[in-house]
Design a protein around this ligand. Structure first.
Ligand code: G3P
Length: 216
């Protein structure tokens, strides 16, 4: 089975605004977009309209609806411009457990996909009963580094996959840089990866994505 690859643009200078558009334009040259997801900055989400065949996700979504909520990114406003899902509780954008619960429950009613990010096995176990579409396990100490989660914590990936119980798909992230990292994660029970610097900070992001997604 082909891995699902979620590319987190974060707020890197080469991946926001005009540069986000440029990257999406390059990534759009990949003919087979199955399993590829682009998690872009909230101010760039409107680009979904320009790239209708790409699966663009948010990096964060708030639990509130429309109303007097200054600075909010509501699920409704994302759905309105064609966005189908979002990361939630990323290690760099942590929220409380009550908000996580509210947001995941709401996402199910609105048919919106949530990639719930967690930092350890305890959190995988704690949140898997909410059955978000995905749980992304990312050990914070490995994020942005060169040691991949699949080489540093293989046993936890296998345990996390078991805790997801077939109802939630498991992604793993942090330090992912090679196709081997992805294949090892899949062998351990993950459906794919969440990756940022390995692609976005590469000198040729498109070449890196093509090679990670097995030269599609
Ligand atoms: O969301 C992906 C991220 O937190 C992992 O970052 O740079 O280690 O791939 P990176």
């Amino acid at each position: 089975m082909e891995p699902e690859i979620f590319i987190n643009f974060k707020h890197y200078d080469n991946a926001v605004g005009k540069n986000s558009e440029k990257l999406l334009n390059d990534f759009n040259s990949i003919r087979n977009q199955n399993g590829l997801y682009y998690c872009i900055s909230p101010t760039d989400l409107w680009l979904q309209k320009s790239f209708p065949s790409l699966k663009i996700f948010g990096q964060h979504v708030d639990s509130n609806s429309y109303g007097a909520y200054t600075g909010s990114i509501s699920m409704e406003s994302m759905i309105d411009i064609g966005i189908k899902g979002s990361l939630l509780n990323h290690s760099e954008k942590r929220i409380g457990s009550t908000t996580i619960e509210e947001t995941v429950k709401k996402s199910k009613k609105l048919d919106f996909e949530i990639v719930l990010c967690v930092e350890d096995l305890h959190e995988v176990e704690k949140y898997s009963n909410l059955e978000p579409t995905y749980i992304a396990y990312e050990p914070p100490e490995l994020i942005g580094g060169n040691v991949s989660v699949s080489s540093a914590k293989p046993e936890i990936i296998a345990q996390a996959a078991k805790a997801c119980n077939g109802k939630t798909k498991l992604l793993v992230g942090a330090g992912v840089k090679t196709r081997k990292d992805i294949e090892v994660s899949m062998d351990l029970g993950a459906s794919g990866v969440l990756i940022a610097s390995g692609i976005i900070r590469n000198t040729k992001p498109i070449n890196m994505l093509v090679s990670l997604s097995n030269n599609r």
